[in-house]
Each structure stands twice: as structure tokens, then as C-alpha cells.
Design a protein around this ligand. Structure first.
Ligand code: NAP
Length: 312
């Protein structure tokens, strides 16, 4: 960590999986002198105070950002615009304002018009998560070896971008800078579409009349189980992602539907060669992901398995 990535006061607006993980990681790495936080509900604020990870829990967004050098919005994408409007007149000149939203174009469009020229706006997206939410779900290791994408609008102060890069790097993340539009296109195929497919499959299985729901659960290890983990992701967060990244998701969905039609045709025609070629290509992609350390090579995603006992 360089001194430049140390902040005196960090304000976190929202304390769920991501806000809670930032607080824990920043504390563990000594990246900030003080953390002030707020959340929308009294219930979450009370729980955050109980956890004792942050220095102060305050009731309003305005109180949270007072005198903060780094402000991070850790709330659903759709809430970023109204919160930016709320805090705009109370930000310390020279402060860095950021977020963690999974969509960047819409966040920039919603937040930027409200922010004063005296602050540095550096939107961010840590590409790391779990299907859990709420103040207890965060953990300090969440960002280790995961990407964090920064999408500063054109003309953003380079020092501010470097300071935020240093902050995320010190929490273990690998940092890349790109435009909000490019981010949204890349994430549409790598994250948003897979979630949509998981939500679809799990919903379809639930509605199948021929297969009773108990059988769906009983035989879920045949692939379905891995979709259910993704489909358990927070409904508010994912509603906002699809509303905010509509264009890129629709574009990727168009391509996906064409490819699905090709596979459907291959199955209908009994074209084993086409199926084999396709599956060989996709297997190579999985091996590429494992080889760059983005997932474990352990069978069955490294799940623990009971051992077969030797007969007495
Ligand atoms: P979370 O665990 O559900 O926490 C969300 C936080 O936002 C809570 O503190 C909640 O307050 C607050 N909040 C909810 N609606 C709000 C509103 N309308 N106005 C103000 N505050 C509101 O969510 P999360 O997983 O940390 O996600 C937060 C952000 O991180 C989202 O933008 C998401 O796109 C992004 N992100 C998520 C993941 C992931 O895998 N989960 C990964 C990368 C990025 P209360 O508790 O008081 O309701």
C-alpha cells in the first residue's frame, strides 16, 4: 500500500455484502483512519453498530459524507441517482466519490449531473460477490484476486483514479480501467446473461408439471444445483441490473438466442459432430478460466465429498 491510497475518513452509504466487505477489508489492511456508515433502515444501522466494525453509524446520508475523503455508495444501482442528489451539496471539496454498482453507464448518467465540480467522481465495480446479502454477509477476503473495474468519466483527475486504484489493490483486487459502455457490454455476457439464464431455468423447473418439485430438488446435483446458487442472488439488485443495462443485455440475448437455435437444430437433426465441436470449444474456455486462477480446478467446484468406507 502506498500512502496515497490511505484515506482519513471513509463514508460507506449502504452496508450489505459489498459495503460490509469493504469496511472489513479496509479495516484489516489499515487503509482508513475512520469509517462512518449509514444504511436505509434502522434495523441495518442497529446491526452495523452492534458488529463494531465501523467507528460511527449515522442516520442520514448527509451526516455520513460530512468531511469524508472517500465516499462509496454500496446500494442498488437504481438508488444511486437519488442518493447522489441528496449528498451533492454536502461533499468535502477534493473528495473522491465512488460506487460499486454492477452496471456503470446508468450509474454515471444518474449520478454525474448532481455532483459538484469540486469532487472527483470515479465509479467502480468489484467483480466479486456471493448470493448472500445484508450486514452479516460481508467478509474481508471477498476482493482478493478478483477484478475491480474503474470507469472514470473523461477528464477525471488522474491522481484520484490512481488513489482509488491503490485502495482496491490494497484490498487484494486486480484493477482495470475502461469506459462505462465497454464495462456494460462485457458484464452483460459474463454476468448479467448467466444470471438471467439461471433465473429462467430455475423458474422453468419449478413450473414443470411432469417432474414433481421434490424430484427437481432430489436430483439437483446433475447441474441444476449450480444454477440455483446463482438464482438465489438478491432480487432487488438483479431487478435494477436488468433495468439499468437493458440495451447491452438485449444485444447479448439476441446473439444467445441465435446460438441456442443452432444447438436446437443440431439436436433435432441428430448432428453429433456439431454438438461435439461446440462442447469441445466451451470446455477449452472453462480450462482457460481455471488456468488464469479465476476458479479452482478441483472437481465439482471443490465441494467436500464423503469418503467411501473400507469394508470391515
Ligand atoms: P445488499 O447486501 O442487499 O445491501 C444493500 C444495501 O443498500 C443495504 O445497506 C440497504 O439498506 C441499502 N439500500 C437498499 N435499497 C436502498 C435504497 N433504495 N436507498 C438507499 N439504500 C438502499 O447488497 P450488495 O450485494 O452489497 O449490493 C450493493 C451494490 O453492489 C449493488 O449496486 C450491486 O449491484 C453491487 N454489487 C453486488 C455484488 C454481489 O454479488 N452482491 C457484486 C458486485 C457489485 P437496508 O439494509 O437498510 O435495506
Amino acid at each position: 500500500m502506498t500512502n496515497a491510497s490511505h484515506f482519513k475518513r471513509l463514508a460507506l452509504i449502504g452496508f450489505g455484502l459489498i459495503g460490509g466487505s469493504i469496511a472489513r477489508a479496509a479495516r484489516a489492511q489499515g487503509l482508513v483512519s475512520e469509517i462512518v456508515t449509514t444504511a436505509r433502515s434502522e434495523k441495518t444501522r442497529a446491526r452495523v453498530a452492534e458488529l463494531g466494525i465501523v467507528d460511527r453509524v449515522v442516520e442520514t446520508n448527509v451526516e455520513a459524507v460530512a468531511d469524508a475523503d472517500l465516499v462509496i455508495l454500496c446500494i442498488p444501482v437504481g438508488a444511486c441517482g437519488p442518493v447522489a442528489q441528496d449528498i451533492a451539496g454536502h461533499l468535502k471539496p477534493g473528495a473522491i466519490i465512488s460506487d460499486v454498482g454492477s452496471v456503470k453507464g446508468a450509474v454515471v448518467k444518474d449520478m454525474a449531473p448532481h455532483l459538484p465540480k469540486t469532487v472527483h467522481f470515479v465509479p467502480a465495480h468489484p467483480v466479486a460477490g456471493t448470493e448472500h446479502s445484508g450486514p452479516d454477509s460481508g467478509f474481508p477476503e471477498l476482493f482478493i484476486d478478483r477484478w475491480c473495474i474503474l470507469t472514470p468519466p473523461e477528464g477525471t483527475d488522474a491522481d484520484a483514479v490512481e488513489r482509488l486504484r491503490g485502495f482496491w489493490a490494497a484490498m487484494g483486487a486486480k484493477v482495470e480501467v475502461m469506459t462505462p459502455e465497454h464495462h456494460d457490454l462485457v458484464l452483460a455476457i459474463t454476468s448479467h446473461l448467466p444470471h438471467l439464464i439461471a433465473y429462467t431455468i430455475v423458474g422453468t423447473a419449478d413450473e414443470l408439471a411432469q417432474v414433481t418439485s421434490s424430484e427437481v430438488i432430489k436430483f439437483s446435483a446433475g447441474g441444476f444445483r449450480d444454477f440455483t446458487r446463482i438464482a438465489a442472488s438478491d432480487p432487488i439488485m438483479w431487478r435494477d441490473v436488468f433495468l439499468a443495462n437493458k440495451d447491452a443485455v438485449l444485444e447479448m440475448l439476441g446473439t444467445f438466442n441465435e446460438d441456442l437455435s443452432k444447438l436446437t437444430r443440431a439436436i433435432r437433426r441428430g448432428d453429433g459432430e456439431a454438438l461435439f465441436d461446440h462442447f469441445t470449444r466451451t470446455r477449452a474456455i472453462r480450462r482457460g478460466i481455471v488456468s488464469i486462477g479465476q476458479d479452482s480446478a478441483a472437481p465439482d467446484f471443490g465441494r467436500p465429498h464423503p469418503q467411501l468406507k473400507k469394508p470391515d
